[in-house]
Design a protein around this ligand. Structure first.
Ligand SMILES: O=C1C[C@@H](O)[C@H](O)[C@@H](O)C1=O
Ligand SMILES: [Co+2]
Length: 298
């Protein structure tokens, strides 16, 4: 199974407080969130909207609980804004993560994205990039990836529901158009499965470029409801489309097998946004931790 020295286990704060919908978990403090992550047996996290912005303060709070920062999400607008604007924000983000000791920078293209729109039906309205937008996106990512490399870090691109890079075909296109040395891939099981794509196809094809993993499960019945009722991404999350590995409909065993037999080194980060009033975050973090121990041997 997994080489325990090569893998670090983390969990995202989005199950406690949701960055896309701050009203979800609005009453949960940063301290409760990170304490419960540690209590559930995780050693890392990504950055949420309640985390202290000050590097020393954040480091201290995390060290007290045996946690470190795996990475943090960055929204790029390469297809809709001047490149310089995205670059300036990216460099600040990179430098913050560098100071926190992270090795990967999660980037999502949010130009034309509908993921933050409460009433836009998800499956009917995802953006489709034009030829020119693909070129602008790939060029911009190559440049940002080079800036990440300057600090010995890696840009990992997050394919995502409701964005221009969602499907396997779109991931193939992005991987083809970007430099192997500058642009890597974040593999998120939940987004591929929800999209109707086969996560194993992407995992197998891009193992050499996958440098960060989000483990997210999907409830099939809710995914069906989302399609039937033409719900948006945010409505889907509120309905409970995502959950922790082991609690939903996706079989993670082949993913664990493929990853553990590869040279993958880095984070496996549980990421399951749902309403904390319906799904107690500590309880679900414990379910995920148990599942990883039993099914992945870690
Ligand atoms: O990595 C992620 C970050 C979130 O903000 C996002 O909406 C979620 O679905 C995700 O996969
Ligand atoms: Co993710």
């Amino acid at each position: 199974m997994f080489d325990k020295n090569a893998i670090q286990l983390g969990i995202a704060p989005i199950g406690w407080t949701n960055d896309d919908m701050p009203e979800l978990g609005g009453d949960i403090t940063f301290e409760q969130c990170v304490s419960e992550m540690a209590l559930a047996g995780f050693t890392g996290t990504e950055v949420g909207n309640k985390y202290p912005k000050d590097v020393d303060k954040l480091k201290n709070s995390l060290q007290l609980r045996g946690l470190s920062i795996a990475s943090a999400w960055f929204s790029a607008y390469l297809t809709t804004k001047p490149y310089e604007e995205t670059q300036e924000a990216f460099v600040k983000h990179r430098d913050f993560l560098y100071a926190m000791g992270s090795k990967v920078i999660v980037v999502s293209e949010q130009g034309k994205s509908i993921q933050g729109e409460m009433d836009t039906p998800l499956f009917e309205n995802k953006p489709i990039f034009s030829e020119q937008e693909w070129h602008v996106l790939a060029d911009g990512l190559n440049k940002l990836g080079e800036l990440a490399k300057e600090k010995d870090m890696k840009l990992v691109f997050h394919h995502h529901m409701g964005t221009g890079v969602q499907t396997s075909e779109e991931i193939d296109r992005l991987m083809d158009m970007t430099e192997e040395d500058f642009v890597y891939l974040l593999f998120d099981t939940g987004h591929l499965y929800f999209s109707g794509d086969d996560p194993l196809y992407i995992l197998n094809k891009y193992l050499h470029r996958i440098k960060h993993v989000h483990l997210k499960d999907v409830r099939n019945d809710v995914a069906e409801l989302v399609k039937r009722e033409k719900l948006s991404f945010l409505q889907a999350v509120k309905e409970g489309v995502f959950t922790v590995p082991g609690d939903g409909s996706y079989d993670f065993k082949p993913v664990f097998e493929m990853l553990s037999q590869s040279t993958y080194k880095g984070w496996l980060l549980v990421e399951a946004e749902q309403n904390p009033e319906k799904a107690n975050p500590l309880e679900y973090a414990l379910i995920a931790r148990k599942y990883l121990r039993e099914e992945a041997g870690i």
